[in-house]
Design a protein around this ligand. Structure first.
Ligand code: ATP
Length: 239
């Protein structure tokens, strides 16, 4: 397998708060991988470092064989990285179709743009809502619209920050199916997730972050059985 992403010795602090501590991390092309960890562990900050929204204090990020550590976010996106953050990035007053057009218009034009919008509407099960203002969609549909906005230009690597937050069990399951469909098209997926049933549905391997550092990494079964992971994260709900 080819490596799509490698992070080596990544450090970042904001004043006294260390959000990334000596992170070494690698991802195989074609993987579906989850990042888990307690609130404030640094999961979102790690995504912002990968995307280039934060500059690391030290360390390197290699994406598809190229050192991208000093590249700006738009340069990383051009090279095939895409991200859906937790904070909604949709325009609520615009229709679903207009949101997709706005998301893709820097990359696609004319017939290509129209065809991609139709393909994403279909993929995200939003065909019937194309003319609906995005703000009146259900919470789950808004999340799917955002995933659609993130994958329209066929990224190599999709970063998802808590894609199922606030979803019903049925919406969560359908989101898992959507991600499997994207993965089958060759898109590597790295997702931050709290819902362990969803993690089991989509990922073979899991990395646990704690206080900005990698605490453990392995299969889901290994992480569930891991005493330390139980203590810092999985058991927390029972305390
Ligand atoms: N720009 C910033 N300036 C100062 N502190 C920050 C900044 N960004 C994040 N932090 C702090 O860094 C720590 C890690 O935050 P981060 O959002 O990355 O954690 P997280 O694992 O994604 O948490 P959650 O699961 O709650 O979303 C937190 O203590 C947060 O308050």
């Amino acid at each position: 397998m080819t490596e799509i992403l490698r992070v080596a010795g990544l450090n970042k602090a904001f004043g006294g708060v260390t959000v990334a501590r000596d992170i070494d991390f690698a991802l195989e092309a074609g993987a579906m991988h989850c990042l888990i960890g307690p609130n404030g562990a640094g999961k979102s900050s790690f995504f912002r470092l990968l995307l280039g929204e934060h500059a690391p204090d030290s360390g390197t990020i290699t994406f598809r064989g190229e050192d991208i550590t000093r590249l700006r976010p738009f340069q990383r996106i051009r090279r095939g990285m895409s991200v859906k953050f937790q904070v909604p990035g949709i325009f609520k007053a615009l229709s679903v179709r207009q949101n997709l057009e706005v998301a893709f218009q820097n990359h696609l034009h004319g017939a290509d743009l129209a065809a991609t919008v139709e393909r994403v509407l279909d993929f995200a099960s939003l065909g019937d809502e194309a003319g609906t203002p995005a703000g009146v969609l259900s919470h789950g549909q808004q999340q799917w619209l955002e995933i659609g906005m993130a994958v329209g230009v066929e990224p190599q690597l999709l970063l998802l920050d808590e894609p199922t937050a606030g979803m019903s069990p049925d919406e969560t399951r359908r989101t898992g199916e959507m991600l499997h469909a994207l993965n089958a098209r060759g898109i590597t997926i790295l997702a931050v997730e709290h819902d362990m049933a969803f993690v089991e549905q989509i990922a073979k391997r899991v990395t646990v972050l704690h206080f900005g550092a990698i605490f453990a990494e392995g299969s889901i079964a290994e992480m569930i059985a891991h005493e330390g992971v139980q203590r810092i994260y999985l058991g927390a709900a029972d305390e």
